[in-house]
Design a binder for this molecule. Structure first.
Ligand SMILES: NC(=O)c1ccc[n+]([C@@H]2O[C@H](COP(=O)([O-])OP(=O)(O)OC[C@H]3O[C@@H](n4cnc5c(N)ncnc54)[C@H](OP(=O)(O)O)[C@@H]3O)[C@@H](O)[C@H]2O)c1
Length: 294
């Protein structure tokens, strides 16, 4: 009986998930654990991760901006399991605000979490990923089309597109797949955090009114009961597909607003698209529709 148990344990696949204290990362931790993977869930707020222990998830402290923290986190998983079948990079946020006013230190921090943090984790994990393993990066539809007042966030997501494509080519002969998940609007704390940044960055600037309008819209649209938005669990299911499918696609574009946004950005003339974005995000018409949302 005990040898059967250890055989089953050995067959369990191992996943390390960043950003697992909230939203998409948390949903991934729940789903992968439910499907029988051994899950290591990492973030800074370990008190939130501890809630996942009941589902068999192992919580780990991680600050993706800290090299030593990344090393310790990956080292812990490797010491316990010997390898990592999949790395899911879900840590990230939106430092929204006008390019003219977002302080460079805030922009650096944005790049540090969303881009360098992702690459730090890839560098530490890759030597321990066997053939058939996965690196799954949470990009965004916003990595293929910009909206209004989100310049630095989009810069990080565009960067993740280029880096994921480059890594996929580099790993071609090693049987490790690199996948980009590109959701549209997902119901999580992401919207509130983006709104906080917008209001702060817009203060006392010529963009203040627009920043406040867009921030108010994000607070309303990203409220937890908005059924229009994609749920974190829907995203987790796509991530799971990317982790389990023998030949996953390079990118999965889906969810609220994702495809229309990318199609418009591809087909419309730049000037038209720019005005359209600005008016969609700031018009009273949009505000009225948003305010009617339940
Ligand atoms: N929500 C959307 O509409 C949407 C759409 C497309 C793509 N995405 C992307 O999906 C990813 C997950 O977003 P979400 O919607 O799930 O947002 P969320 O609910 O706010 O979760 C973000 C996660 O990132 C973690 N994090 C932030 N800074 C970190 C750091 N320095 N070190 C380690 N972890 C850190 C947070 O954990 P701690 O604070 O506990 O560390 C949290 O677990 C992000 O990359 C986001 O850009 C989101």
């Amino acid at each position: 009986m005990s040898s059967l148990f250890s055989l089953t344990e050995e067959m369990m696949k191992v996943v390390l998930i960043t950003g697992a204290s909230s939203g998409i990362g948390r949903a991934c931790a729940v789903l992968f654990a439910y499907r029988g993977w051994r899950v290591y869930a990492a973030a800074r707020r370990t008190e939130k991760l501890n809630e996942l222990k009941i589902r068999g998830v192992c919580p780990l402290y991680l600050d993706v901006t800290d090299e030593k923290s990344c090393e310790a986190c990956v080292g812990e998983v490797v010491a316990r399991e010997g390898h990592i079948d999949a790395l899911i990079n879900a840590a990230g946020y939106g430092a929204y605000g006008p390019i003219e006013t977002v302080p460079i230190r805030d922009a650096e921090r944005q790049m540090d979490v969303n881009v360098y943090g992702t690459v730090r984790m890839i560098q530490k994990t890759l030597p321990h990923i066997p053939k058939g393993g996965r690196i799954i990066n949470l990009g965004s539809a916003g990595g293929r089309a910009g909206t209004y007042l989100g310049g630095w966030y989009h810069a990080t997501k565009y960067a993740l597109e280029a880096l994921s494509d480059a890594l996929r080519r580099e790993l071609i002969d090693y049987g490790i797949n690199v996948v980009l998940i590109e959701p549209g609007g997902v119901c999580s704390s992401w919207g509130r955090i983006a709104a906080d940044h917008l209001e702060k960055a817009g203060k006392d600037s010529r963009y203040e009114a627009d920043c406040d309008k867009v921030a108010a819209m994000y607070r309303k649209v990203y409220s937890e009961d908005n059924r229009l938005l994609t749920t974190p669990m829907t995203v987790a299911r796509k991530v799971y597909l990317a982790a389990e499918k023998e030949k996953p696609r390079a990118r999965y574009l889906f969810g609220f607003g994702a495809k229309p946004l990318v199609v418009m950005n591809t087909l419309l003339p730049d000037g038209f698209y720019d005005r359209l974005m600005k008016s969609i995000f700031t018009s009273d018409f949009t505000a009225r529709i948003v305010n009617k949302m339940k």
